[in-house]
Design a protein around this ligand. Structure first.
Ligand SMILES: [Zn+2]
Ligand SMILES: [Zn+2]
Length: 86
């Protein structure tokens, strides 16, 4: 398993067989995407990682606008998690 996938799963307490939903559309996620691309020195920190299904992942790499939307999504997610004490 890739390191960033492991970090993501551990952060949200997912098991290896758990269903991980795409954070954009709710379908089965197949990838963990770096919203700041690795090639742009994005990190493996949880605030740079989002689970995505195949079509959403392709969109994230095709559309800067969609990728920016994902950044907002992560920001909101992490704020909510802080409130819940995760
Ligand atoms: Zn999706
Ligand atoms: Zn990606």
């Amino acid at each position: 398993m890739q390191k960033h996938v492991k970090i993501y799963m551990q952060h949200f307490d997912y098991g290896i067989d758990d269903f991980i939903p795409c954070e954009s559309c709710g379908r089965k996620a197949v990838d963990i995407h770096h919203v700041i691309f690795k090639s742009h020195s994005g990190t493996n920190d949880i605030d740079n990682l989002v689970s995505l299904c195949r079509p959403c992942h392709e969109k994230a790499h095709d559309s800067r606008q969609f990728n920016n939307y994902l950044k907002q999504l992560i920001k909101k997610r992490d704020e909510e998690n802080k409130i819940q004490g995760l």
